[in-house]
Ligand binder design. Sequence first.
Ligand code: CTP
Length: 379
Amino acid sequence: MTMEYESNSWIWDGLYYYPHFFGGLMLTAALLGVSTSYFGGIGVFSLPHLWSDCFHKKKCGKKKRVRVYMDGCFDLMHYGHANALRQAKALGDELVVGVVSDEEIIANKGPPVLSMEERLALVSGLKWVDEVIANAPYAITEQFMNRLFNEHKIDYIIHGDDPCLLPDGTDAYALAKKVGRYKQIKRTEGVSSTDIVGRILSSMEDTKACEDHNNASLPRDPLRAIQSKDAHLSQFLPTSRRIVQFSNCKGPGPNARVVYIDGAFDLFHAGHVEILKKARQLGDFLLVGIYTDQIVSEHRGSYHPIMHLHERSLSVLACRYVDEVIIGAPWEVTKDMITTFNICLVVHGTVSETNTPLTVSLQFLYLPLINYCICYIHN
Ligand code: CTP
């Protein structure tokens, strides 16, 4: 798929270096496009667009910025979605994301878990996203494709390499493919919204079974307990490369005020984006500590977390307000951590993570860390 993109780049380079030859070619193509549209064709979408780009490029003397569009439901947003958007951004310079409306999701897939507002907040919080379009349609219709090309100046429409079929069995991206403005990215295996819903349900069932068992004081079948826990284990295999791909690969500057916040960040939601944004505003570099699975289990019950440590770390790393994460942070902030990471401020949310509010307020965690904070600030 990257090859497909690279193999097309000669057109843009050609337009830049041989404007006369390509100008003639484009004029012929434009005339053909007009005639095609006269006979009901759809080639007309791309040709005037290329012609105006060519003209624009010649006038400005610099390469046109490639704008790409990816749409999706982004329900219970996970690192698979983030990885899709990361790959999409790499196919252009600016990434515009269409978040499919609740109504369209209901009509094509069934009701989403998260509302439009929450899904928008999550998508907008990703570091690869430049613009969002709310209430996008599920399928790329002719009218919407026109809007993307003319109003939003989109060059390519992108989707994962899994088939995306409408209820009538047709391809939701057929039109974009037909006009040669479609590109694919590789779908991330091992995670999906459906899989996460399954994990939540299975963890709820297990918690209930545990409670019933405790009430009935019957001996518990250990094999069933293991099988049950395995049923909602993640299939994700973390690699160092994936972590690097999500990372900013930059440390704090010499005088940066490093802010530290920690948490489970399980099932990354709009409230997390909000609190991370607020925490980042308090300094120059935001370091996020992600608790180990064991710490989360100890505090929330044995069937938590739903997403394991590496999955949770990737979701947090994908957030535009986060500079760095500690993968497997301790429950308590230690003196060593403050020295090692040059932390000047530790912040903590006042709202429990078991709620999923859109707005959360921050409270400074002064004790016992206030000495370190003040010390660092006065240095
Ligand atoms: N995507 C991906 N890897 C995943 C899940 C989704 O690359 N594990 C991509 C899809 O191919 C699509 C975009 O993310 O281009 C948005 O996907 P979305 O419409 O939200 O839904 P699904 O493809 O059905 O994925 P899921 O069931 O996880 O929501």
